[in-house]
Design a binder for this molecule. Structure first.
Ligand code: NAD
Length: 302
């Protein structure tokens, strides 16, 4: 049952994250059959030693483990159970590992739908961004049956350096959305602080240096402000649309569970507006430009 170098693993979604993650599996000796809507992604994957397939179903034909790394849970469901979906090619006893940042309640339903076919689901979303996907040092939060997580472990270990079992199916996705809420809140606070400091006449680089040796330090002050925002590159590789989706997931989860989380609701509204204003191609670090255009006004709970 363990994934071996002989039996191919199917990998659906070869984008900013999926491509380096699937390439890590290839480098670790797994035979990886990848699929993506983009022909260019398939070509780059083939150049990295993978096998490009024209549909999710084709990629899964000889596999008993399918990994998905797609924009959202609705697309994951379609890539598995829609026409041409990977699950249609899988035998009973197979395993799906959804590493996308999907919505946890949808994941619970998907796990039930797959279990009718005797297919297991582990949700194993990641944190760390493109840089850590390339180095194989992602943080992985895995929800599901511990036996299935052990089965997935050799694959996960090739892509990440930390694997934390979060609980039942869907719990990995819940924790991931909450992580991104906390991360986005820290990023907006950091951007607002930069704008206010600048207005006061403080060099933003000096502010960042102070934050990073003080209690205001967070992932954004350390890894995003100087490289992507103050430099003006806005090239983190994580889109504004995907971050807005994650914040909507966190806000919806609070509602579904009856938790009054105004900060999460305000953050979801702010990021949705930013994504609509700046467009599909925007990087999530361009939230700085959005906040600046609004005059750097502090955003409640953002
Ligand atoms: P991306 O948009 O770069 O890649 C998504 C890929 O999926 C694209 O190549 C697209 O062509 C492909 N795709 C879409 N529908 C498909 C289908 N039906 N069949 C096959 N391929 C299909 O997105 P990404 O940045 O790689 O993010 C993927 C997931 O990982 C998202 O859920 C995101 O929230 C999450 N995530 C991203 C980052 C990051 O830094 N980019 C970090 C952590 C988690």
């Amino acid at each position: 049952m363990d994934p071996s170098a002989q039996e191919p693993v199917a990998f659906i979604g070869l984008g900013m994250m999926g491509l380096p993650m699937a390439s890590r599996l290839v480098a670790a000796g797994f035979s990886v059959h990848g699929s993506d809507l983009s022909e260019q992604a398939l070509a780059v994957f083939a150049a990295a030693g993978g096998i490009g397939c024209t549909s999710a179903r084709k990629a899964a034909e000889e596999a008993s483990i399918v990994i998905t790394m797609l924009p959202n849970g609705a697309i994951v469901r379609d890539a598995l159970l829609g026409s041409g979906g990977a699950a249609l090619a899988l035998s009973p006893g197979s395993l799906v590992i959804d590493m996308s940042s999907s919505a946890p309640m949808e994941t619970r339903r998907l796990a039930e739908n797959l279990s009718v076919r005797n297919i297991s689901l582990v949700d194993a979303p990641v944190s760390g961004g493109v840089k850590r996907a390339i180095s194989g040092t992602l943080a992985i939060m895995a929800g599901g049956d511990p036996v299935q997580i052990e089965r997935a472990r050799p694959l996960l270990a090739a892509m990440g350096s930390t694997i934390i079992h979060t609980g039942e199916p869907g719990s990995g996705h819940a924790v991931k959305a909450l992580n991104n809420y906390v991360s986005a809140a820290g990023l907006v606070a950091a951007c607002e602080a930069v704008l206010i400091a600048e207005k006061f006449g403080v060099d933003p680089n000096v502010l960042v240096d102070v934050l990073n040796v003080s209690t205001g330090k967070n992932n954004s002050t350390e890894l995003k402000l100087k490289p992507f925002i103050l430099s003006g590159s806005f090239a983190s590789g994580f889109s504004m649309a995907l971050m807005a989706k994650d914040l909507r997931t966190a806000a919806d989860l609070s509602e579904q569970l009856g938790v009054d989380a105004k900060g999460a609701q305000n953050a979801a509204a702010l990021w949705a507006e930013a994504a609509a204003t700046l467009g599909k191609a925007a990087d999530h670090t361009e939230i700085h430009r959005f906040v600046a255009a609004r005059g750097g006004k502090p955003e409640k709970g953002g």
